[in-house]
Design a protein around this ligand. Structure first.
Ligand SMILES: [Zn+2]
Length: 72
């Protein structure tokens, strides 16, 4: 049985089961100009024996890099 990846976590790649908390992040892609926005989903709660959730780890990776764009 093939399950659609609509509820797949963009960080760890595993599916987000109903009942789990998750976070939706809008993808800012210039190529999507004028089209419907797409979203990445991340687990919002850490797995057992892990320190941070997929969302928190994703945020840390984002913040460890300089921002791609600066809005004034
Ligand atoms: Zn995940």
């Amino acid at each position: 049985m093939i399950v659609c990846c609509a509820n797949q976590c963009a960080y760890c790649g595993s599916s987000i089961v109903s009942g789990q908390r998750w976070v939706r992040e809008k993808i800012y892609d210039p190529a999507l100009n004028g089209r419907a926005p797409s979203y990445h989903r991340y687990h919002a709660e850490p797995f057992a024996l892990q320190e941070g959730s997929c969302w928190e780890k994703h945020q840390m990776e984002q913040h460890s890099r300089p921002p791609a764009t600066v809005l004034l």
